[in-house]
Design a protein around this ligand. Structure first.
Ligand SMILES: *Cc1c(COP(=O)(O)O)cnc(C)c1O
Length: 395
């Protein structure tokens, strides 16, 4: 049976082959990607890394060097588990900030209440490509004298008030992992300016080069990915026990440089970013139209002035029906997911890192209990929203 993958970027296999070959034989793709990301974000420079979590670890190490007495990193209590994992690997402590369950953005009252005397930085989330209220976050960081790391791992191509997400604050982060806006299976980038940029450059210079064997395996995975994202192929693969879509905890990942070969793929896709974002936005608008007044469904509130990149389409269901609804959607070949299964305050590996005075996080817990994501990529059919609506009515 065919199956619409939960997220991804449709790429023709011959484009994968040509792009990787170009990356392997011309250093230009790597350099072009670096300058294009810096230009896109409005920062002075960009640093390409093995993964987004490696990039985050490097950013936090550089920030720590510039403010060594500060040990806490603030983050929304509902975000990717790689964020607290990177904080741990950088030798720092996560402190969780509650979110507004309608916007997924850090709640202003929760921010106001935080004692930032030991805080090094605050990290945004911009999940599913929906911009956080980054204007407020940037103002908060400036007022408290802490760094803002604008995590655009899922939001490359999104804007807020006409400015690119990832470009707010002192440094920005992008990811090129499988389910992100553009992908080379793995990879990430930082953008930064000024003294932080200089410190990052020094840190990056001491990192190991990517391993050739790992690049070869990733290149092979990329070819398989381009073949398997098609619904007919994905339907076959989905039946194999590959652990697709699992959210494992990992805090001992390598922090190394990006492969110029893989940069060939990312540079090629960066050239299609506007097209990809427009296509995902069209698919998201169709889903919104079909689901806006569906019984028992609520849709996220978009921060005013935001143009999301819609890496996925999030919606909220009653916790009592949610798991049954997702099972029914999956049985119908629709890659719906429960997203991250828990708020960070309910992930055991995070709990052991938290301070004893951590504030309660009802907004993040409400999101973890209600959220469902739907796909937005090029293989999503125009009537997906109607199909989802019909299935939800029957649950
Ligand atoms: C994916 C992701 C990361 C980590 O990126 P990787 O390339 O997977 O290491 C960080 N933050 C957010 C919000 C993410 O979605």
């Amino acid at each position: 049976m065919s199956y619409i993958a939960p997220a991804g970027t449709a790429i023709a296999p011959h484009t994968v082959a040509v792009s990787l070959l170009r990356g392997a034989t011309h250093r230009g793709a790597y350099r072009n990607l670096q300058s294009a990301l810096a230009l896109h974000s409005g920062h002075d420079r960009a640093f390409l890394m093995s993964t987004g979590r490696a990039a985050m670890t490097l950013a936090l190490r550089a920030m720590r060097e510039l403010a060594p007495q500060r040990t806490d990193v603030l983050m929304p209590a509902y975000t990717c588990y790689s964020v607290p994992a990177a904080v741990k690997l950088a030798g720092l402590r996560p402190r969780l900030v509650d979110i507004d369950p309608a916007t997924l953005s850090p709640s202003p009252s929760a921010l106001e209440a935080i004692d930032t005397s030991r805080s090094l930085a605050i990290v945004s989330a911009n999940l599913y490509g929906l911009p956080n209220d980054l204007t407020t976050l940037a103002g908060f960081a400036r007022a408290r004298g802490i760094y803002l790391l604008d995590d655009a791992a899922q939001a490359l191509g999104a804007t807020l008030a006409g400015r690119p997400v990832g470009g707010f604050g002192d440094a920005g982060l992008y990811s090129f992992d499988k389910g992100k806006n553009i992908t080379s299976i793995e990879g990430g980038a930082l953008v930064a300016s000024g003294a932080l940029g200089d410190t990052l450059a020094r840190h990056q210079a001491s990192l190991p080069a990517p391993r050739t064997a790992r690049t070869a395996i990733t290149a092979a995975k990329l070819l398989v990915y381009s073949l398997m994202l098609r619904p007919v192929a994905y339907g076959l693969m989905n039946r194999l026990p590959l652990g697709l879509g699992a959210t494992p905890w990992e805090d001992d990942f390598p922090v190394s440089n990006y492969s110029p070969t893989l940069a060939g793929m990312t540079w090629r896709l960066f050239g299609s970013l506007e097209h990809l974002t427009r296509m995902r936005t069209t698919n998201a608008a169709r889903l919104s139209d079909a689901l806006a007044d569906a019984p028992g469904v609520s849709l996220p509130r978009i921060v005013p002035g935001a143009n999301p990149a819609w890496a996925r389409y999030p919606m909220f269901l009653d916790p009592v029906r949610r798991e049954r609804a997702v099972a029914a959607l999956q049985a119908a070949g629709i890659g719906a997911t429960l997203s991250y299964p828990r708020a960070l305050c309910d992930v055991p590996q995070v709990v052991e890192l938290l301070a004893s005075d951590q504030a309660p996080l009802p907004g993040a817990r409400a999101v973890a209990e209600r959220i469902v994501t739907l796909p937005t990529h090029a293989y999503v059919p125009g009537d997906l929203g109607e199909r989802v609506r019909t299935i939800l009515q029957a649950v």
